[in-house]
Design a protein around this ligand. Structure first.
Ligand code: ZN
Length: 370
């Protein structure tokens, strides 16, 4: 019987990005709408877990706000002060597309606290694995600025906390959010004890980072792997990337624990990206991660919610992942399952070329440095 920890707090849903025109702040030029990063996708996932009686079968993990000491492991004092100041005043942008609303400082710290607590609970084997349903997301947040709807780096700070506390020594982060995990990459770029792997749509966001030739630096050379996939990639390309790059890299690195940056914005229905995944693909990714973790690190897997902007489809993807993690069968049926709805799932030659690039480049670098 697997015990799956679960992080959730209603207050995380109260982080407000304000009225917006898609991802842009209101300027007066267009009718204001709801910012694409809002609570709905995450709250509907929680509601679906409740409605199908999954939540009571998960183990709630207690957590509180991250402290300055936690955040300082990665972020600069100036940046931490800036977020506090914006949050206590009228809000504003913490960097690039990173809105801070009133009170967002405390809510973002609660998100970091949730991620950290889940990582620690898995590391200590208080639970077998865990899912943290937090927001705002974290993987774009850099040392000294917020980016891409992210204020603080949930996963980076959580992993640093766990390593500094002596709970784990070697951690692998697999980020399958459709955008590049630039903040996580930056946090560990010169470190040999954390392997960072990002699967993302090539040249989507950010466009200045996330290339296949970013291998890490100093003692971290070989410990950063980017797999940029072309727009239009489906399950075939992603599963090939798992089998040819992600799984061999994890086996070579042999982590004590695997943390997943679990975004659902590579789904077919996502408004911000152009990939073709369905919920069952996320289930298959999860199965592959669990199988590797069972072989390497006693099944220690922690998954952290990142992006995903389809309010009706993110919940189905999330349930698929949490079912696979926990072994719970919810009874939720994906009406879009099967390739009849979303064609072009087979691996195409131009997609394989991208994967070949990651095998010949960063994976070869990792293998050479082990
Ligand atoms: Zn994303």
């Amino acid at each position: 019987m697997t015990t799956t920890g679960f992080v959730w707090h209603e207050r995380l849903m109260w982080h407000a990005n304000g009225p917006a025109f898609g991802t842009h702040q209101v300027s007066g030029d267009f009718e204001p709408g709801v910012h694409v990063e809002n609570a709905e996708t995450k709250r509907k996932l929680k509601n679906l877990l409740d409605a199908y009686n999954v939540t009571p079968q998960l183990q709630p993990i207690e957590f509180g706000e991250a402290t300055d000491d936690d955040l300082l492991r990665f972020h600069t004092p100036e940046y931490i002060a800036r977020v506090r100041e914006l949050s206590g005043a009228r809000g504003g942008d913490a960097g690039e597309y990173a809105p801070v609303g009133r009170g967002s400082n405390e809510i973002a710290r609660l998100g970091v606290g949730g991620t950290s607590a889940a990582i620690a609970a898995v590391a200590r084997r208080q639970v077998d694995n865990a899912y943290a349903l937090v927001r705002p997301p974290g993987h774009h947040a850099e040392r000294d600025r917020g980016r891409g709807f992210c204020i603080f780096a949930n996963i980076a700070v959580g992993v640093m906390n766990a390593i500094d506390a002596g709970l784990v020594e070697r951690v692998a982060v697999v980020d399958w959010d459709v955008h590049h995990g630039n903040g996580t990459q930056q946090a560990f770029y010169d470190r040999a004890d954390v392997l960072t792997i990002s699967l993302h749509q090539d040249m989507l966001y950010p466009v200045d980072v996330g290339r296949v030739d970013e291998y890490g630096e100093g003692s971290g050379v070989g410990c950063n792997i980017n797999v940029p996939l072309p727009a239009g990639s489906g399950g075939g390309a992603y599963l090939a990337a798992f089998d040819q790059v992600v799984v061999p890299a994890l086996e070579a690195f042999a982590p004590d624990m695997i943390v997943v940056g679990c975004g659902f914005d590579a789904s077919y229905f996502d408004p911000l990206a152009h990939m073709l995944l369905l919920a069952d693909h996320y289930r298959q990714f999860t199965r592959r991660i669990i199988d590797v973790a069972d072989r390497l690190c006693e099944g220690r897997v922690m998954m952290n919610h990142e992006g995903g902007y389809s309010d009706f489809y993110v919940p189905l993807c999330g349930v698929a992942v949490i079912e696979e993690l926990s072994g719970v069968t919810s009874g939720v049926r994906d009406p879009y399952a099967g390739t009849a709805t979303v064609a072009n799932q087979a691996l195409a030659p131009h997609q394989q070329e991208h994967i070949d690039g990651a095998v010949a480049g960063p994976l070869a670098s990792l293998l050479a440095h082990r």
